[in-house]
Write a protein that binds this ligand. Structure first.
Ligand SMILES: Nc1ncnc2c1ncn2[C@@H]1O[C@H](COP(=O)(O)OP(=O)(O)OP(=O)(O)O)[C@@H](O)[C@H]1O
Ligand SMILES: [Mg+2]
Length: 226
């Protein structure tokens, strides 16, 4: 069964002369363990789509089914959005946006404490995540001392902390050179393959989508499957 499906999802910003049809009639799905790329030129609607399906932005019409529940049908349907987001979705941003005055370890620990995991269990989980992202040796460093690629790996560890069913990454490699970008993408691939987490990654760069299960192209808010 898929983890996420949209049917006829549209998003219109503004109205009248200022109207922007950012998404038009988007229907697609993602299954557990699938690694999906969203490609498309600037302004094609990639970020808008990610924000709608991560319950951050309100769509205008359409349907979103998440983990078996219809959560949006021309409006949100009786759900605790913040809770769903916190428990089932992980987000990786274009820039790592780690908390600058917390160490690497503390940055990953923070979302776990938010959901009430403490003590030995939390320490164990943080180490496991940092080792998984091959960044454990930097755990007592502040983010500013890490390279962009290393920071991005910490932010992926943070996104994974609560074992989300879906990870969304908006241009996670945009701020990185090709080699570090590929490393980040290969770690996302590993997550999808080993943890059965669905991963949706937005990118401009076709060189980054090697090994992805499916590629969706956006153009002027419309999607065609390839
Ligand atoms: N809050 C907003 N208000 C009005 N228009 C918006 C808003 N956010 C996005 N748009 C418009 O919606 C369209 C899609 O924007 P979006 O940010 O999703 O593109 P994108 O594919 O992520 O582009 P990029 O590759 O540059 O990040 C663009 O025309 C943009 O100007
Ligand atoms: Mg964008």
């Amino acid at each position: 069964m898929e983890i996420l499906r949209t049917d006829g999802l549209s998003k219109i910003f503004g109205s009248g002369r200022l109207e922007v049809r950012a998404l038009e009639d988007i229907s697609f799905s993602v299954s557990p363990g699938e690694l999906i790329a969203l490609l498309g030129p600037s302004g094609s609607g990639k970020t808008t789509l990610l924000l709608c399906i991560s319950l951050i932005l309100d769509p205008t019409v359409g349907t979103i089914v998440f983990d078996g529940d219809t959560i949006y049908k021309n409006g949100w349907i009786g759900i605790d959005m913040r809770r769903l987001r916190r428990e089932k979705i992980g987000f990786v941003f274009q820039t790592p946006n780690l908390i600058p005055f917390l160490t690497v370890r503390e940055n990953v620990l923070f979302p776990l404490e938010l959901v009430g995991i403490t003590g030995k269990a939390v320490e164990h989980r943080v180490m496991e995540l940092l080792e998984y992202m091959e960044i454990a040796d930097r755990r007592y460093f502040l983010p500013a001392l890490l390279s962009g690629g290393e920071q991005q790996r910490v932010s992926i560890a943070r996104a994974l902390a609560n074992r989300p069913k879906l990870i969304m990454a908006d241009e996670p490699t945009a701020a990185l050179d090709t080699e570090r970008g590929k490393k980040v993408m290969s770690l996302l691939k590993k997550i999808a393959g080993e943890q059965q987490t669905a991963v949706i990654a937005v990118t401009h760069d076709v060189r980054m989508v090697e090994g992805f299960d499916r590629i969706y192209m956006l153009q002027d808010g419309r999607m065609n499957n390839t």
